[in-house]
Design a protein around this ligand. Structure first.
Ligand code: GCO
Ligand code: MG
Length: 461
């Protein structure tokens, strides 16, 4: 290919991206953008226009760190422009080493030398570069690169990433906070505390005696002592489905109707029990009930929808468009709760948000501790720019996280925000990150794989 053709092709790519071609470049580059984009309106020539050297990816690094004890995977994409790099989140905390391999051994060589501003093209070609695609490993690896490329584009254009997405639709991002306890009274106390800190939306989880309940740790006396890879964690759904409506009844009686209450069912109960429980909760007006079914049981949403108007949120385990398309286009859920790095980063997440907008589905991106601060920053940039934003799961970062990731998004009065710095506005102190090495601790996985019914049979976590 002639160099002239290559230039034409690259600027066409930016047009296809739907990217403001002008924003992709510094002001003095604008004239050259118009020159090479056939059919594009010609802006007035910029004063003192001169060309910047072409940008190339010179390195892709995977950084594993655990400043809060949770294993995080962050990708750094470096360019030939001195000091210009981007950061992305690739955290799959259960399998960080596998993501690391996918990036270092496979994506890195594929990307070296490519133009980091061709974000859509890099996403599309990387996605099929293994022929076999989707899944949390490849999705997270791709996401680490993709988010880093948006960061680079923002830095090069001199604007925050949310500006590249069309600009702020809101002043700040409303969030929900987690609370839990072993009794309804304990949960109530935790909710009151969160309300006093300014939160308006609060997730409520209850630990149930003798059971390994999601979202609420067991009282210390009940915590099994043996660290064995065969140690069962017992889970019985019926006791849980009876307890949660009582929790909501208590909270509404004590706290009134104003505070928004949320609950995560975590996909672990048989569909018919989930349907009963979601109906039982309707009278307490939850803001949403999350993950009533596992991804394998999504066919039940069409049965649940006619039975209740309880708002439904779903999606943190989703990877593949075929998982969310029928739920969104069938208007079967109200909130999309995708883990942005799981689906491949900001490029697909923007499209999902737009798809949802047409169907009245709002966003509620997954935002627990196993999304890195870089991933949280990416969530917030998108939240600020999408019209159909719903709510954001919030995390208040530890001191160590704030030091390793200068520029962490901050929660104030229950709202998250990012700085107006170019790019994502967050950095990574690699030296400090190395002081918090991840532990290859196998007992971590046992928590997920050893959830069992009373009779010893395996059940979903
Ligand atoms: C949530 C989630 C998480 C997941 C965790 C798994 O809604 O925040 O369910 O807490 O359990 O991300 O690693
Ligand atoms: Mg969840």
């Amino acid at each position: 290919m002639q160099r002239r053709d290559w230039l034409k092709w690259t600027s066409l790519g930016a047009g296809v991206l739907g990217l403001p071609c002008l924003a992709a470049l510094r002001p003095n580059d604008r004239a050259s953008c118009a020159d090479t984009a056939p059919g594009a309106p010609t802006p007035p020539p910029a004063v003192g226009a001169q060309k910047l050297p072409p940008l190339r990816i010179t390195d892709v690094k995977t950084i594993l760190t655990a400043p809060a004890g949770i294993r995080l995977v962050v990708v750094k994409v470096l360019t030939n422009e001195p000091g210009l790099y981007g950061l992305g989140c690739a955290t799959f905390t259960q399998r960080p080493r596998v993501v690391e391999t996918a990036i270092d051994k496979y994506l890195r060589p594929f990307l070296l030398g490519k133009d980091p501003l061709q974000i859509e093209d890099i996403w599309q070609s990387s996605f099929v570069s293994s022929y076999w695609r989707n899944g949390p490993v490849l999705g997270n690896a791709l996401s680490g690169v993709d988010i880093a490329l948006w960061d680079i584009l923002g830095k090069r254009a001199g604007v925050p990433v949310y500006q590249l997405f069309g600009g702020r639709c809101r002043r700040a991002v409303d969030t929900y906070r987690h609370t839990s306890g072993s009794t309804p009274q304990e949960v109530e106390a935790a909710v009151r505390k969160a309300m006093a800190q300014g939160y308006r939306h609060i997730r409520v989880q209850l630990s149930i005696k003798g059971l390994s309940t999601y979202g609420a740790s067991r009282p210390p006396a009940e915590t099994p002592k043996t660290a064995s890879n065969n140690r069962p964690e017992v889970w019985e759904p019926r006791r849980y489905t009876r307890a949660i409506p009582k929790l909501f009844e208590h909270l509404r009686k004590q706290l009134g109707d104003e505070v928004e209450l949320l609950h995560d069912m975590h996909e672990r109960i048989p569909p018919i029990l989930a349907m009963q429980m979601v109906r039982d909760l309707e009278q307490y007006h939850p803001f949403f009930v999350e993950d009533p079914f596992s991804p394998e049981d999504v066919g039940y949403f069409s049965k649940l929808r006619p039975l209740t108007s309880t708002p439904l949120a779903m999606g943190e385990l989703f990877n593949n468009p075929n998982e969310w398309l029928p739920l969104v286009s069938g208007r079967l859920i109200d909130f999309i709760r995708i883990h942005i790095s799981q689906v491949g980063g900001l490029t697909p997440a923007r499209k999902i948000a737009t798809l949802c907008d047409f169907f009245g589905v709002r966003t509620a991106w997954h935002g627990p501790g196993d999304v890195s601060p870089v991933g949280h920053a990416a969530n917030v940039h998108l939240d600020l720019a999408v019209p159909n934003f719903g709510i954001q799961e919030a995390r208040e970062f530890t001191q160590a996280e704030k030091e390793v990731f200068p520029g962490c998004p901050e929660v104030k009065d229950g709202y998250l925000n990012v700085s107006d710095k170019p790019g994502l506005g967050i950095d990574l102190d690699e030296k400090l990150a190395a002081k918090f090495p991840i532990k290859d601790d196998p007992s971590f996985d046992m928590r997920w794989g050893n959830l069992r019914r009373q009779d010893g049979s395996s059940t979903r976590p």
